[in-house]
Design a protein around this ligand. Structure first.
Ligand code: GAF
Length: 400
């Protein structure tokens, strides 16, 4: 884990370059990396054309890479146990959706999607990083974004150059990797966060228009911290629950004759709900109220009233627990025990069904809140949660 006290801070790009040298006995041509994310608020709104407000974690996934001239993709990954695992090399022209299982599907999917953009050169890629996996903190998207930048970079398309694809274009390609190649029906939140977030800011993204704004999010200026609580219960969006919720909201939009639930005005919520079958009411209520909560939080941040966002985080959690029904006992316990120990607000973050929660906490109360959550888990007989304080960090880029 990054930055353990007393040791040098972990640098994913250095670890990836070193692992590359140990696998290939030469230095990589370059190293690119991308961060995981937490979403401050705005959950399951992205595929409803709505609003999200993520920030990038300091934890990153790096891809060290060199070109190959035989059209093959070879990928290896450095595990947290220090061992390097190598996947079987793949011929890029042979790649087919849903044909690969496990972690190798993500880099293969990137090569597959970039093939359509004329990027067909082979590559040796070695991955290393410290984004917690299976924690709902977007480790798979960090991997896909880092590999995208690496394969694009090897083909001469560095980020932010006039002729290169934009970060938002790359985000849409990464979405195809997830949706079509891996088979997870996810939206645009995670890859856009990984690619477009900037240090010290949350990214206010309007998914429909693609417009975004970097909104300063300086918790330290108010003596506050964002504590991330990884419940250590695994989640996966290729499983049924996520897709089922998504299909429910799309069906509701169809019944209402609108393009997406984004088009339901908050003021018209009650009247709209009366037009829907009972089973869709809670789904629609969550999406419409969550979009409004994002707007309210952004307004508070603009007004310099960051400490007042707590109740919106709480309301978001309740909405996901009771209406969208994507929380778990572990996430609820994290949120409830953090709140009881003094957090100003707390909610699960990400797609749900496991993963992580976040809590807005006074800096001095961080140890107390961590201890309270850990004690609550112990009482339940669960593995201790993993906790860390997160600050908004830089988005994806080239490191070396
Ligand atoms: C997951 C998905 F990948 C995102 O697209 C988003 O829908 C999120 O769940 C919920 O807000 O992280």
């Amino acid at each position: 884990m990054a930055g353990a006290e007393g040791s040098a801070p972990y640098k994913a790009h250095e670890a990836a370059a070193e692992a590359f040298r140990s696998v290939h006995d030469r230095s990589p041509a370059g190293v690119w990396s991308a961060p995981g994310r937490v979403n401050l608020i705005g959950e399951h709104t992205d595929y409803n054309d709505g609003f999200v407000l993520p920030f990038a974690l300091p934890h990153r996934l790096a891809a060290a890479a060199s070109p190959r001239d035989d059209g093959m993709l070879s990928v290896a990954t450095l595990g947290s146990d220090g061992r390097i695992q190598q996947a079987d090399p793949l011929r890029i022209t042979d790649l087919k959706p849903r044909s690969i299982d496990g972690w190798a599907a993500y880099p293969a999917g990137v090569a597959w999607v970039l093939r359509d953009q004329g990027i067909t050169g082979g590559a040796d890629v070695v991955l290393a990083g410290d984004v917690p996996t299976g924690a709902g903190l977007s480790s798979s998207h960090a991997l896909e974004c880092a590999v995208s930048l690496a394969l694009l970079g090897l083909a001469g398309h560095e980020l932010d150059q006039p002729e290169s694809p934009t970060r938002q274009e790359i985000a849409r390609w990464v979405q195809r990797v997830e949706n079509d190649f891996v088979g997870a029906p996810t939206g645009l939140l995670d890859q856009t966060a990984s690619l477009c977030c900037t240090k010290a800011n949350v990214l206010f993204l309007d998914v429909r228009s693609g417009e975004s704004e970097q909104v300063p999010f300086d918790t330290a200026a108010f003596g506050l911290r964002i504590l991330v609580i990884d419940s250590r219960t695994k989640h996966s969006h290729a499983d049924g629950g996520y897709g089922e919720r998504r299909r429910g909201t799309e069906r509701a939009a169809d019944l209402l004759g609108i393009k997406a639930l984004r088009d339901v005005p908050f003021d018209a919520l009650d009247a709209t709900l009366r037009r829907l079958p009972d089973e869709l009411v809670p789904l629609v209520r969550h999406v419409v109220t969550e979009n409004q909560r994002v707007l309210d939080v952004v307004e508070l941040l603009h007004a310099g009233r960051l400490p007042e966002i707590g109740p919106f985080l709480d309301a978001s959690h309740v909405s996901m627990r009771d209406d969208y029904r994507i929380s778990t006992p572990e996430l609820d316990t994290a949120v409830d025990s953090a709140r009881s120990a003094g957090a100003l607000g707390a909610r699960m973050t990400g797609g749900g069904f496991g993963g992580s929660a976040i809590a807005l906490v006074a800096a001095d109360d961080v140890p107390k809140v961590e201890a309270a959550v850990t004690a609550a888990y112990e009482r339940e007989g669960w593995r201790p949660p993993r906790t860390f304080v997160a600050v908004p960090s830089a988005g994806a880029g080239r490191d070396a």
